[in-house]
Ligand binder design. Structure first.
Ligand code: ADP
Ligand code: MG
Length: 572
């Protein structure tokens, strides 16, 4: 007998399951997609312990007959695909017929289902792929799938799961785009008996967005009216600067109603915002594409998250242009009265730049310890600004070309770092005139206590304000007036950073990033016009700080050409 044998079926299934179901969040996504395909109008998702212990998805869709239930859990069985050609035309979410088979092979599953025609429901119990029982059971029309002990028989995979907060964060990251893609559905997510999210199903994408995040944020979107180019219709909603965040998480892409991820298109969105947001700031945007599925390959990724397009570069280019055209012009009037102007428009509206740069005020609150001067920069020398981005400065030592944004960031960072306390010393705070309420998004809400603690350690004063809200009472004095005015934005960024960086372990590293975030926030936008007073202040401050040739993000702050280098350059 040869040495090569076929793997037993159950082993094959387990291997395949690993590809489809990476973590609890993937199971939630597959189950919800099935509910959507079954025509549900409401979907409730309950999970405990980050989905490791239990996931329960209940829908009011068309349900399954007992025969269908038994078929459904077999590999490569689906009601959604008739011929291979249909793969290209399919508009439903599922079609590979692997999800249920995968889930039942690596968990203890109980499926309860009843069609609208039948008087009673059926329950099917499956464990590790083995059917345990199929019995009549009372049930409302629709289907509920309960998944317990995911990965119980694949311990290696179970070991790789993160703590329950992180896993439930992943779950929400699957639920949110589906809820946005289907605003007509009532979707509810409950973790450990705590409701994290609920959409009303009133239709309208921004309603769903508001239900999930914040209804008052809705006024900061402009509508991207549908435009068709090269057979792709593009439309959506573009968030204005007040909604900007420190990560790209708020950018959602949909194609033919399906959430997806594509790096090039995310980049295309960011390029469309280039004029409006400074480096390090990301918009919130909901982009819906519609096209003939013939130009799509959705199945390339086992979890269907990645979609590849034919003619991607052209599509990306069109999207960038459309976004740039739709966003209010830099410095021009903004569509919403309540919209704070972007940094760049602020500079143009206010040539003195007092608000932005506040040289005198900042000087007061940050006592200068200007002792060293790396260069013998003399205030008599002129400072030229070129390309609205670089400063040319002559010193005794040579010619400096300074990146104004990077320089400002470096100065602010050093200042904040010098003044922002760790927990050790109590530092002065400034009370806000009106305390600022802000709401946590569903992912953050679960970590409210930790977030409060973290903000307190950064010298903010926050307290509880309703189940999903915090109240900001005071900010660190060292933020300076410009950032104090924008305390809401800053705090939101800091929280996002916290959830992103996954936390507690290293407060110092986190603090460093928090300082970068704040410094970047406050730094002059690359491309802003500076008054001569501002230029002077920037150069003086730069040379007064420990001259550091990189900004907190590691980009160069300046290039220096010594006189001898210049002479050499010109063969003198
Ligand atoms: P696929 O969704 O790719 O068809 P699945 O393994 O996810 O494969 O599901 C197999 C089949 O089970 C589906 O085609 C569908 O007919 C049926 N099914 C699964 N979930 C539900 C549900 N919630 N309601 C009704 N039918 C369902
Ligand atoms: Mg499916």
């Amino acid at each position: 007998m040869g040495k090569i044998k076929s793997l037993p079926r159950q082993v094959v299934d387990k291997i395949a399951a690993g590809e489809v179901i990476e973590r609890p969040a993937s199971a939630v996504k597959e189950l919800m997609e099935n509910s959507i395909d079954a025509g549900a109008s409401s979907i409730d998702v309950y999970f405990t312990d980050g989905g490791r212990e239990k996931i329960l998805v209940i829908d009011d869709g068309e349900g399954m007959t007992p025969e269908d239930m038994e078929m459904a859990i077999q590999s490569h069985t689906t009601s959604k695909l008739v011929e291979i050609n249909d793969l290209w035309r399919l508009s439903s979410l599922g079609f590979r017929g692997e999800a249920l088979a995968s889930i039942v092979s690596i968990a203890r599953v109980s499926i309860l289902s009843r069609t609208h025609h039948s008087a009673t429901g059926m329950r099917l119990r499956v464990e590790g792929g083995e059917v345990q029982e199929l019995e009549a059971a009372g049930a409302p029309p629709g289907t509920s799938v309960e998944v317990r002990d995911l990965f119980f028989n694949t311990p290696a995979r179970r070991k790789f799961l993160h703590d329950h907060n992180r896993e439930s964060g992943f779950i929400l990251q699957q639920i949110i785009p589906l809820a946005l893609a289907h605003p007509h559905l009532k979707i509810r997510a409950v973790h450990n008996n705590k409701q994290l999210l609920r959409t009303s199903g009133r239709g309208e994408v921004l309603n769903a967005w508001g239900d999930i995040f914040d209804h008052s944020g809705r006024e900061h979107f402009v509508t991207l009216e549908p435009v068709e180019k090269n057979y792709v219709t593009m439309e959506g909603f573009l968030g204005l600067p007040p909604l900007a965040r420190s990560t790209g998480r708020g950018i959602y892409l949909f194609v033919n109603g399906r959430p997806f991820y594509n790096r090039q298109l995310i980049q295309a969105v960011l390029r469309g915002y280039e004029e409006m947001l400074p480096p390090g700031r990301y918009p919130q945007a909901l982009i819906f594409l519609r096209l003939n599925p013939i130009h799509l390959d959705i199945n390339v990724h086992p979890t269907k998250r990645e979609v590849s397009f034919s003619q991607l570069p052209a599509l990306a280019q069109n999207l960038t242009e459309l976004i740039a055209q739709t966003l209010p012009r830099q410095g021009g009037p903004l569509p919403s009265q309540n919209t704070a102007p972007s940094r760049s428009s602020r500079v143009q509206e206010d040539p003195g730049g007092q608000d932005l740069f506040t040289p005198t005020l900042e000087k007061q609150e940050a006592p200068e310890e200007k002792t060293r001067s790396e260069s013998s920069y003399s205030p008599l020398h002129q400072i030229f600004q070129v390309h609205q981005a670089y400063l040319l400065v002559e010193t005794a030592g040579g010619l400096y070309i300074i990146d104004q944004h990077a320089a400002h960031e470096r100065i602010l960072y050093n200042r904040l770092a010098g003044e922002m306390p760790g927990q050790e010393k109590k530092q002065s705070r400034k009370n806000l005139l009106t305390p600022l309420p802000f709401n946590l998004d569903p992912t953050q809400e679960q970590e409210k206590e930790k977030i409060k603690d973290y903000l307190t350690r950064l010298n903010f004063q926050v307290e509880d304000f309703g189940p999903r809200d915090l109240l900001l009472r005071a900010v660190p004095l060292s933020l300076g007036p410009y950032l104090q005015e924008r305390a809401g934005e800053v705090v939101r960024d800091l929280i996002e950073l916290f959830t992103e960086e996954q936390r507690e372990k290293d407060f110092l590293a986190l603090k460093k990033k928090a300082l970068q975030t704040m410094a970047c926030h406050r730094a002059v936008k690359f491309g802003g016009e500076l008054s001569s007073e501002e230029r002077k202040r920037l150069v003086e401050d730069l040379f007064a700080t420990e001259p550091n040739s990189t900004c907190p993000h590691g980009r160069p702050v300046f290039k220096k050409f010594s006189w001898s280098e210049l002479e050499k350059m010109f063969n003198r």
